[in-house]
Design a protein around this ligand. Structure first.
Ligand SMILES: [Zn+2]
Length: 331
């Protein structure tokens, strides 16, 4: 079984190459973030290591068992490490890691199948580690296959790219992505909206759903920020827009739209049960008399308009500032 249904074409291409014994010694799995490239690379690595001949790993043979225990002598996974002192992820794949890798590749092969290396994310190679890897790519070693995973293939040095075969991985259709997100265990939420926010990438949409549920991206914080701006409380436009940096623009506008709709309900005396921000109802009642319907309507129209047009603004910082400023001017 391939990891995701939308990867069948790529799996078939690789299978054909392998059947014809034309598998290149280095491949780059390229495509946007959050579509499952790394899982695909792992799947393909396991497929290559397995001694059975079918599609994917059998999960039963000795090689599969070793892979499962992360103890296969012919497999290496190179990724960004954590700093031993701070416990935080480092920014890059360092030269030491590639030197280690070269030693590993030069060791004689333990098993009869392939020796496989996965480097993910390959964009994290710095200049010296990329140069070091290049030497390895220039001198292919027997049945060694190097799999690189990259969101930004254009960032890899041309010398590396030219020595690898690039496999373009694509996102599923909107319909397939919605079905997939909805079918994930424990998922609750609006798959369509999350996918829009994640530019159609299903795994990214799921990660966003988790961030929203564990409060990493703070819906409530944004709503409070908007009210503070409106009523001239601290912090100001600039600081507030800065604090919105981690929030996707689409989500930001959508949340602000929900508040603006509630403000219109408030001015019109709509009962509490119709509010989107139920927990803000009491606080909003206190400011009702200070609101100006025509200004709130202008704000609402503005937000609706930009929500429809804005997928990825050219200058997100300026854009966030304008959003904050709008709230400040809407009383
Ligand atoms: Zn197997």
């Amino acid at each position: 079984m391939i990891p995701y249904s939308w990867q069948q074409k790529q799996a078939a291409v690789l299978h054909d190459l392998q059947q014809q014994e034309r598998l290149p010694h280095a491949l780059i799995f390229s495509g946007s973030k959050g579509i499952g490239k790394a899982d695909f690379a792992t799947w393909f690595a396991e497929h290559l290591m397995c001694t059975e001949t079918g599609m994917g790993a059998c999960g039963q043979c000795q090689n599969c068992a070793l892979i499962k225990n992360e103890s296969h002598p012919d497999f290496r996974n190179v990724t960004i490490l954590k700093d031993a002192k701070t416990g935080k992820s480092k920014q890059e794949i360092g030269i030491d890691q590639i030197r280690d890798l070269i030693r590993f590749v030069n060791l004689s092969q333990a098993g009869v199948s392939y020796k496989v290396v996965v480097i993910s994310p390959a964009d994290a190679l710095n200049v010296s580690s990329a140069n070091s890897l290049l030497k390895l790519l220039e001198e292919p070693q027997g049945r060694t296959i190097i799999l690189l995973v990259s969101d930004q293939v254009e960032k890899l040095p041309a010398t590396i790219r030219s020595r690898c075969q690039i496999i373009n991985m694509s996102a599923p259709s909107t319909e397939e992505a919605i079905d997939w997100v909805n079918s994930q265990e424990g998922f609750v939420g609006d798959a369509e909206t999350l996918l829009k926010l994640a530019q159609g990438a299903p795994l990214a949409a799921l990660a966003l759903a988790e961030e929203l549920s564990d409060g990493t991206i703070d819906y409530n914080g944004v709503i409070t920020d908007c009210l503070n701006l409106m009523f001239n409380r601290r912090p100001g436009v600039f600081e507030t827009s800065q604090s919105w940096q981690g929030c996707p623009i689409k989500a930001l506008i959508e949340w602000q739209l929900s508040l603006s709709r509630d403000l219109i309900r408030l001015i019109n005396g709509v009962p509490k049960r119709y509010y989107e921000n139920q927990d803000k109802y009491e606080a909003l009642q206190k400011v009702r008399d200070r609101l100006n319907l025509s200004k709130v309507l202008v704000l609402y129209d503005y937000l609706t308009d930009i929500y429809a047009k804005t997928d990825a603004p050219l200058r997100p910082e300026t854009f966030r500032e304008q959003l904050a400023l709008r709230w400040k001017q809407s009383l």
